[in-house]
Design a protein around this ligand. Structure first.
Ligand SMILES: Cc1cc2nc3c(=O)[nH]c(=O)nc-3n(C[C@H](O)[C@H](O)[C@H](O)COP(=O)(O)OP(=O)(O)OC[C@H]3O[C@@H](n4cnc5c(N)ncnc54)[C@H](O)[C@@H]3O)c2cc1C
Length: 399
């Protein structure tokens, strides 16, 4: 802070905003993070159920990190967390079809697969939708029956019109690190470690941004203003578009074209001896009320199991959701020890997105403003941090 002017104001305390603040701090800049809600971590939210045996966590949003997450691993290293990774057990995903839980390979049509596989080596992702690209590789029926629902489960929304190159972007793996992992108390442990020592103001929604000479003036709900010499937006595109409407209307207009998908995520806690469903990583819903179910089973617990159902946004009726959860898990409502619901949102990327990002980036040149989030190259935690790293470098220099 210099003469009441903040060095760098970061809007949003999800992994993108916290990553930006941490990367800035390691470059000698003193950031202030302002967050609308009371929770730090945004879409990373490891809920702690209180049980008679102590607390038991379950993920309401992001759940798994991989050894290809180089930027995240760097942040974990810098916050002394690299030796505290918890390996996730290798368990399978199953597919729910009506009231049957089936294995995924059992749903594949192998004859169709044989006919189309040779195209794998000729296929390019760029400029093609998920349906065009993956459907071309695996065949139309296999896409509809298996891969389509599986990809819907990955991005928690209908994925067919997503740009194919926004999914499974190849990143180098750090072979000395376990392949998939979480933290001791879920991914929230990582967030809390990264946030530690940062200046963060929660329950401070930003309602407006204006230019004030060489500075930015940021207005909080309630009327307070903060002056900052640099600004980083790490919020969803619809929020970014609103906040940039005054200082950068053309950029705001391009960002406003990006749509968002809503998800209703509901986690339930059960005693292990009440659930007969075999141990699994999760369940893919096919033509179901939910896109996916994420299980806590990959981190073993003797006494409890938890399952987070990611429901389609129109499944608003809580009683109907609970009834479906009970059907799928083969339990009765009385067996559920606790239940918690969270509204999640993810960007719904479409073809032409890379060109839009290119236009936004050209318009940002020369401004002391960074824009990051999970809506640039892809929606994963590492995609968010790749963008954050690039924007931090542009704004502040350094590696
Ligand atoms: C159900 C689900 C499962 C997922 N699973 C995985 C997974 O297993 N692995 C993986 O890599 N990724 C996963 N993801 C994706 C990943 O978790 C997210 O893309 C990533 O965490 C997004 O981080 P972010 O900081 O860009 O955005 P967010 O986490 O959305 O953070 C934005 C923050 O900005 C705040 N904010 C909004 N408006 C304002 C305002 N006006 N003023 C101040 N603050 C504001 C919000 O409250 C929020 O805290 C999953 C996502 C979901 C929803």
């Amino acid at each position: 802070m210099n003469d009441g002017v903040v060095d760098l104001l970061v809007i949003g305390a999800g992994i993108s905003g916290l990553g930006m603040a941490r990367m800035a701090k390691s470059r000698g800049v003193d950031p202030l993070v302002v967050e609308a809600g009371s929770h730090i971590g945004g879409a990373i939210d490891s809920h702690r159920f209180r049980t008679e045996r102590g607390s038991y966590w379950a993920e309401l949003g992001g759940h798994t990190c991989y050894n290809s997450y180089g930027n995240l691993l760097q942040l974990l290293q810098e916050s002394s967390q690299l030796d505290r990774l918890v390996a996730k057990r290798k368990l399978r995903y199953s597919m729910q079809i009506g009231n049957r839980l089936t294995s995924i390979p059992s749903q594949l049509k192998f004859i169709e697969l044989l006919g189309v596989l040779p195209r794998l080596w000729r296929s390019k992702k760029e400029g093609r939708s998920v349906r065009e690209y993956f459907g071309g590789i695996i065949g139309r029926q296999n896409f509809q029956r298996v891969l389509g629902p599986a990809l819907d489960a990955v991005v928690c929304q209908p994925a067919a019109e997503f740009p194919a190159d926004a999914l499974f972007r190849k990143k180098p793996r750090r072979k000395e690190i376990m392949r998939s992992y979480t933290g001791a108390e879920g991914l929230q442990s990582f967030v809390d470690g990264i946030a530690s020592g940062l200046q963060i103001r929660t329950q401070s929604p930003v309602t407006g941004v204006e230019r004030n000479g060489a500075h930015y003036q940021i207005r909080l709900q309630g009327g307070e203003t903060i002056e900052a010499s640099r600004l980083a937006l790490a919020v969803a595109p619809d929020v970014a578009a609103k906040l940039l409407a005054a200082p950068l209307p053309e950029v705001a207009a391009r960002i406003a074209e990006i749509e968002m998908a809503d998800i209703i995520s509901q986690a339930v806690l059960l005693r292990s001896d009440q659930v007969s469903t075999p141990l699994l990583a999760g369940i893919i819903g096919r033509d179901d009320d939910f896109y996916s179910v994420v299980s806590r089973d990959p981190v073993a617990d003797e006494h409890y199991r938890a399952f987070t159902f990611h429901f389609r946004p129109d499944r608003r009726d809580e009683a109907a959701r609970l009834a479906r959860i009970c059907q799928v898990l083969g339990v009765s409502e009385g067996d559920i020890l606790a239940s918690v619901t969270r509204q999640n949102r993810l960007p719904a990327l479409r073809l032409g997105h890379a060109e839009r990002v290119g236009q936004i980036d050209r318009a940002l040149r020369g401004h002391s403003l960074a824009i990051t989030g999970n809506w640039f190259s892809g929606v994963s935690i590492e995609d968010s941090l790749v963008r954050t790293h690039d924007e931090c470098q542009r704004l502040l220099g350094g590696d």
